[in-house]
Write a protein that binds this ligand. Structure first.
Ligand SMILES: C[S@@+](CC[C@H](N)C(=O)[O-])C[C@H]1O[C@@H](n2cnc3c(N)ncnc32)[C@H](O)[C@@H]1O
Length: 222
């Protein structure tokens, strides 16, 4: 771990013991453990939920359930989180972790492709975390947008894609081209306000502007 990252982790809220253990377990048992959100991003997700106070949260891409548990920690008493994972081989691992958590009653796991599951989910969500297949980011955004309440928040992970978004010429792989397409799509979407945080692999925070919002005065600055 680099020195700055180590410094950050020593000066933010500690990682809860269950999550530190989950992280170790993922490193031993799973391929690609680096996909786990980890200490800093996990605390940030919890903080966003705390501040934004959503009643219903939707996550695309559960993997180990690390980020799910972080967001569940920040939820209000009547809040719930739905998380979708395509890989059914992860189900046992995930459920084992959720079962250990005192927040398990607030978490609903859906095994399947997010693009099939999302249209079947009932009701609206106040916040979503897009962290599934990078090659489906635009489709995921389009599938969930109508399910996000006005004034809702969408957070998308890995939007700087290891810096490949600024490499010239752009790498030709499907992941990079879809992340580039996603970033351009969000930049051009006038229904939302957005900011990219250069945290970890890039985190885009997207706010769905309510229909009755008066025009943004900053848009008329010369
Ligand atoms: C980066 S990991 C998620 C990490 C997790 N959100 C966290 O922060 O700890 C991406 C996960 O998305 C899953 N995934 C990929 N495509 C998906 C899809 N179409 N629907 C649901 N899950 C998908 C993968 O199997 C993988 O477990």
């Amino acid at each position: 771990m680099d020195l700055l990252q180590e410094y950050i982790e020593r000066h933010i809220d500690a990682e809860p013991p269950q999550l530190a253990e989950l992280y170790r377990k993922a490193n031993i048992r799973l391929l690609n453990p680096r996909m786990v959100a980890g200490h800093t991003q996990g605390r940030l997700l919890k903080m966003l939920v705390r501040i934004f106070n959503p009643k219903r949260v939707l996550e695309i891409g559960t993997f180990t359930g690390y980020a799910t548990l972080c967001m569940a920690e920040g939820l209000r008493q009547d809040g719930e989180i739905h998380t979708i994972e395509i890989d059914d081989e992860l189900e046992e691992f995930i459920l084992e972790e959720f079962e250990k958590s005192p927040l398990k009653h607030r978490i609903h796991l859906h095994i399947g492709n997010a693009l099939d599951v999302i249209p079947k989910l009932e009701g609206m969500f106040d916040m979503a975390f897009i962290d599934g297949d990078k090659r489906q980011y635009c489709a995921s955004y389009e599938a969930l947008f109508e399910k996000i309440s006005d004034g809702g928040l969408i957070v998308a992970d890995n939007t700087l894609w290891g810096g490949k978004v600024v490499q010239q010429p752009h790498p030709a792989d499907l992941h990079t081209s879809e992340i580039l397409r996603f970033n351009s799509m969000i930049a051009a979407d006038t229904r939302v306000e957005k900011v990219i945080l250069p945290i970890r692999d890039g985190l885009t925070i997207i706010y769905k502007i309510p229909n009755d919002t008066p025009p943004d005065p900053s848009k008329s600055f010369p």
